[in-house]
Design a protein around this ligand. Structure first.
Ligand code: UDP
Length: 496
């Protein structure tokens, strides 16, 4: 689910039994009282969560909960871990979050596993014996680094394919180990089989497994402890707090994604610590003839530059559409791809989209905008994403595969009408025609343009879908529900 990494991920790891273990990046997060959610979810839901936290805290009796994934910035997993850790700490649990380190060969191999688990073929290193040996060596080096932080009885959740090779090492240290997989497909095929054949030997002994959908659970896990936990968003985070239209307009004007107006105020926002933040950084890459006019309907897709997000397909569909999209502008926005990361494909996918943009006829190119957002300041990045989502006439997510799709949840929470592919977890979020629009075949660019156009051209429809979307997220996809499920899982795993 998340492959945008820190520069550390490029470091060549010291490997071998005598090498000093690497130092793993650890998140520094200030706790937040889960009862703060009561303003949004109501006191009954907040009290239920508070009581669940009290129980788990008592039962863990000082044992830690630890998360391990491969990046602290960008992508859905990192997005969620920030907040789940925050509320867990605020509730008094001893929670820690580490990210793995690896070299380019390791991340190329794990990115290939990611695509295969989504049921898609992909280029990348072969999943052969040499690949397995390298994967194993990198995981072993990371495990040695983690062993200093893990005590017997701690509950460690390992996220996604990168971490599977840590399971046995941490269990030998006495930890209870949960493996959580954020990707998957409803229709297993030879590609998913290949990924599981590679990963299964490392995963066999885990104490429990978590998937985002029932359909993603592979058959070989029959009889094991498996939980289905859907991702969620934090209504109080920088990305999901209310943002006034004028503030959103000023922020987009500042970063070149909307024509600045004289009446615009300063591009400022409230930071999590209460201080005033100022948008200081520009997109690191921007393909735009001139910013969209303030009154033009904006179609927005925010995604990592990953082939499965099909940013190129959105651009092509927009270029070929006519009708009510003639007056609309399209913003395709993703994270910075420079300074390479543990997503080995980001630069290539952005370059392909940029090349496509350059070839567009003038009448389309002047209405299409590609932007890579700076990642140096997570809150600044989140507020820019929020400003885009809040200002959109339609948010799209034309993914070819999707584990869950937090970008969909975020837009729905902001009351925006969403047009998205009927794939993976997006199907759990949107009921077609009630709280969004579902595109049956994600490759059908004609229907995609027609659906987008029907929402742009019909304010009543857009308003009704947006209102339904906000209700749907409030009921099902806010963090209190995920935290409740998680505390219950910690309790059962700790008791094993
Ligand atoms: N995201 C972001 N900045 C970007 C692109 C994406 O903050 O430039 C965030 C986005 O808002 C969402 C997450 O990354 O919270 C993506 O999660 P999702 O589940 O949609 O997809 P994933 O990237 O995990 O496959």
């Amino acid at each position: 689910m998340a492959y945008i990494g820190s520069p550390q991920s490029l470091t060549v790891l010291p490997q071998g039994p005598d090498a000093a273990p690497p130092v793993l990046p650890e998140a520094q997060i200030t706790g937040a009282d889960p009862l703060l959610l009561s303003g949004t979810v109501g006191s009954a839901r907040a009290d239920e969560l508070d009581s669940a936290f009290r129980t788990v805290k008592e039962e863990l009796a000082g044992r830690r909960i630890i998360d391990v994934n491969s990046t602290m910035n960008g992508g859905g997993v990192a997005e969620m871990l920030h907040r789940l850790q925050r509320y867990s700490r605020g509730a008094g649990l001893e929670a820690r979050w580490f990210t793995m380190r690896g070299d380019p060969a390791f991340f190329a191999l794990t990115k290939r596993l990611h695509h295969l688990l989504h049921g898609a073929d992909s280029y990348g290193p072969p999943l052969d014996r040499a690949g397995a040996e390298h994967y194993s060596a990198v995981c072993e080096a990371n495990a040695r680094a983690l062993l200093g932080a893990v005590r017997p009885g701690d509950v460690v959740t390992l996220h996604d394919p990168q971490t599977a090779g840590l399971v046995a090492h941490l269990q030998r240290a006495g930890a209870r180990v949960v493996w959580r997989c954020h990707v998957g497909t409803d229709d297993p095929n030879p590609y998913t089989d290949r990924a599981w054949a590679f990963l299964r030997p490392w995963l066999e002994t885990a104490d429990a497994y978590v998937f985002s959908r029932e359909q993603y659970v592979p058959g070989w896990l029959a009889g094991r402890q498996v939980a289905v936990i859907r991702p969620s968003i934090d209504p109080l985070s920088a990305k999901n707090r209310p943002l006034a239209p004028a503030a959103a307009a000023a922020i987009l004007g500042r970063v070149g994604l909307r024509a600045p107006a004289d009446r615009d105020g300063p591009a400022i926002y409230r930071r999590g610590d209460g201080s005033v933040g100022r948008i200081r950084r520009n997109p690191t890459c921007l393909c735009s003839a001139s910013p969209p006019p303030a009154d033009a309907p904006l179609i927005v897709q925010v995604s990592r530059w990953d082939p499965l997000k099909d940013m190129a397909g959105v651009l092509t569909s927009f270029a070929e559409a006519g009708g009510s999209l003639d007056g609309a502008h399209l913003a395709l926005v993703g994270p910075d791809v420079t300074g390479v990361t543990d997503d080995p494909e980001g630069g290539r996918v952005f370059a392909e989209c940029a090349a496509l943009w350059h070839r567009l006829p003038d009448r389309v190119r002047t209405r299409a905008h590609l932007a890579c957002l700076p990642m140096a300041d997570a809150e600044e990045n989140a507020v820019i994403v929020s400003a885009l989502q809040c200002s959109a006439a339609v948010v799209t997510q034309k993914s070819l595969a999707e584990g869950f799709g937090l970008t969909v949840t975020e837009a729905m929470w902001k009351g925006r009408p969403v047009v998205a592919s009927a794939v993976g977890g997006i199907r759990d979020q949107i009921e077609h025609g009630v709280d969004g629009m579902l595109l049956d075949d994600p490759r059908d660019s004609v229907s995609f343009a027609a659906q987008t156009s029907s929402v742009v051209g019909d304010h009543r429809l857009a308003g009704a879908l947006g209102a339904g979307a906000r209700r749907r997220v409030r009921e099902n996809f806010l963090d209190d529900r995920q935290l409740l499920q998680q505390t219950s899982l910690y309790r059962s795993v700790a008791r094993v």
